[in-house]
Design a protein around this ligand. Structure first.
Ligand SMILES: [Zn+2]
Length: 431
């Protein structure tokens, strides 16, 4: 108890974390991420396609939002928030009330008809249209994005968070006064997407794709290789490029066919929506003919990306989650010695005490000292904690910390100062 009493409220105690024993484990899931995320109490369930995220899951999403916001802001995006509910007449203006009939959750209230929005081309274009006459030229290109929950009445919901009826999505919309400008920004956002996936340690293929019901001229999917993916990608052994089966990107013949998950999608929409909502360029000081604005839209599903990352990075058959290190629920776990053990009696209480005093939202202490270090270490590995600091026999004897780099399967015995330096170095890369 001597260890526990020295804990300030600032450091999270494992015994206080809400990590309920899973009750809705999928019986047979082809998806690695579904069982891993539920077993580690990151997701409670995804029953009927509606995800219930536990506190650790929300921590992951919060970090994922941070990575994505950084890159969206870097290309000039400004964040806003649009309502989840859309009125029927707005969706009729783009004809998608009928076109997307099967995918929309529709409902009627007080004789008004509504839907839960799966995407916001209509809402954002209507907003821009209502103010476009007063928007200064200096506002273009205008890049607006949001990170909000979206709804799609998906009959084939499956694989946990990979395909759900309710999902968290970042959707960016760009408005331009010329096709050239739209093209330029399209390339910039695609580059930002590549940086996002790179930061998340995910190898991805940017492939030309079909527009489907979105309409528009040019679009690319970003795909990550995984056996549970629903797309098929051909990767070229010569130039390394990927393509969908019907859209070859190079002349080479040696290609490998693999399953892939869609991680992001970019579209150049042209004036499909701006025409429908009369979103035109130009302020009152311009008298020439007004043309509809040119538009692009860019989506990343965060709940899907979170599961896809686990799917892609965790080796098949492993029961320990591998996260992109920027989005792990906790970066560091401290495991004090077991109660009544020689390590507890002879351990360096001062070092442990100092570690626990560090005011750090990224650390927790597994204070369940009635359990062995080995048991608690397994628990941390299951959750995907990358760094574990503990005090086993050897560390205690040498008066050092045992620092376990879980993802690299490496253990170092370090002084208090070197432990902090080790973590600082790690943070400088991944936090
Ligand atoms: Zn090639």
């Amino acid at each position: 108890m001597v260890f526990v009493s020295s804990i300030r409220r600032a450091i999270q105690q494992r015994s206080r974390l809400f990590l309920p024993t899973p009750v809705h484990l999928p019986r047979e899931s082809k998806s690695n991420s579904q069982s891993l995320l539920q077993e580690a109490a990151i997701v409670h369930s995804v029953e009927h396609g509606f995800p219930q995220l536990l506190p650790l899951g929300v921590r992951v999403l919060t970090k994922l939002k941070k990575v994505i916001r950084f890159e969206m802001n870097a290309v000039g995006g400004q964040e806003l928030s649009l309502p989840a509910i859309g009125r029927r007449n707005m969706w009729e203006a783009s004809d998608r009330w009928n076109l997307m009939h099967n995918e929309l959750f529709k409902f009627k209230d007080h004789n008004e008809e509504y839907c839960l929005s799966p995407t916001h081309e209509e809402a954002i274009t209507k907003l821009v249209s209502s103010v476009c006459k007063s928007v200064a030229r200096s506002n273009y290109p205008l890049l607006l994005y949001q990170i909000t929950w979206k709804y799609r009445n998906e009959p084939n919901y499956r694989h946990g968070l990979l395909r759900t009826k309710e999902f968290l999505m970042k959707d960016l919309y760009s408005f331009h006064r010329s096709e050239e400008c739209a093209q330029q920004v399209y390339e910039q956002v695609c580059d930002a997407y590549e940086r996002i996936f790179q930061k998340l340690e995910l190898k991805c293929f940017k492939v030309p794709a079909d527009s489907g019901l979105m309409g528009g001229s040019l679009n690319h999917e970003f795909l990550g290789i995984s056996p549970v993916g629903e797309d098929t990608v051909l990767t070229c052994s010569t130039c390394g490029r990927g393509s969908l089966t019907n859209k070859p990107q190079c002349e080479h013949t040696e290609k490998v066919e693999q399953r892939a998950i869609e991680l992001g999608h970019c579209f150049l929409l042209g004036d499909r929506y701006t025409k429908a909502f009369d979103a035109i360029e130009g302020s009152s000081d311009v008298t020439e003919d007004k043309k509809p604005l040119i538009m692009g839209c860019y989506g990343i599903g965060l709940t899907r990306l979170m599961a896809a990352a686990v799917e892609i990075l965790t080796p098949r058959g492993s029961s320990d989650i591998r996260w992109p290190r920027r989005i792990v629920p906790y970066q560091v776990a401290i495991l004090p010695p077991k109660k009544g053990s020689p390590e507890e009696a002879n351990g360096n209480k001062q070092t442990l005490g100092r570690l626990l005093q560090l005011d750090n939202n990224e650390w927790f202490v597994d204070d369940r000292t009635e359990l062995t270090i080995g048991y608690r270490l397994k628990d941390c590995q299951k959750m995907g904690v990358p760094i574990v600091i503990t005090f086993g026999k050897r560390a205690t004897k040498q008066n050092l910390c045992e620092v376990i780099d879980v993802y690299n399967n490496r253990t170092e015995y370090l002084s208090y100062e070197d432990t902090l330096k080790f973590i600082q170095d790690y943070y400088s890369v991944f936090c």
